[in-house]
Design a protein around this ligand. Sequence first.
Ligand code: HEM
Length: 191
Amino acid sequence: MDDISATSFGFFLGGSDTSSITVTFTFYLLSIHPEIQDKLREDINTILARYNGQITYDSLNEMKYMKQVIDETMRIFPPVPILQRVCQEDYKIPGEDVIIEKGTTIFMPIIGYQHDEEYFSNPEIFDPDRFSERFGIMQTKIALTSILRKFKVTLNEKTKVPLKLDPKFALISAEGGLWLNFEKLPEIVDF
Ligand code: HEM
C-alpha cells in the first residue's frame, strides 16, 4: 500500500502538477508581456499551418520559440523551487569553515540560483531569448548541414590518432593539424 500510495502521489504531483504549474506561470508571463505572447502565437500559427493545423509530436518539436518561453518561465518560476538531498559523507565546504555532516538534509534553493545575477544577467527580466540558440551554434549547424549533405568525411592519414592537443594555443588545437578528406557523395538530395 505504501508503494502504491507513493507512486500515485508521485504521478499526480510530479507528473501532472509540475506541467499545469508551468502552463499557468507561462500564461502569467505572457499576459504581462503581450509582445512576447504575439510573437509566440505567430510562431505557433506559422508552424501549424505546415501541419494542417494539427498538434502533433513533430509540429510541437518544431516550436523552438515555445521551448525558449517555457525554459525562461521555468527559470523565473521553477515548479520545484527547492530540491532536497541527504548528505552521504562528511563534507567540508571549500574555503569555508563549515562541515556538512553525513546524514544532514540539504535544501538546494534552485529558485535562488536561477535569480542570481552571477548566472543570469538581469535575472528579473523575462527574456526567452536567453535560451535561443547562440549564433555560434547556428553557424556550426549551418556548416555541418551544408557539408554533410554533399560529402562523406573521413580521416586523413596525416592526422595523428589519438589526437595530441597543442598546449601553445588558447583555443583548442591539434598538434600537426587536423586533416580530413571530403569525398563528394554521388547522390545529392536537393530540395
Ligand atoms: C514541466 C513538467 C515537469 C517539471 C518541471 C518536473 C520537475 C522535476 C524535477 C525538478 C525533478 C528532480 C527532483 C529531484 O531531483 O529532487 C524531477 C524528477 C522526476 N520527475 Fe519530473 N517534472 C516534470 C514533469 C514530469 C512528468 C510528466 C513525469 C512523469 C509522468 C515526471 C516524473 C519524474 C520522476 C519519476 C522524477 C524522478 C527522477 C529520478 O529521481 O531519477 N516529471 N522532475
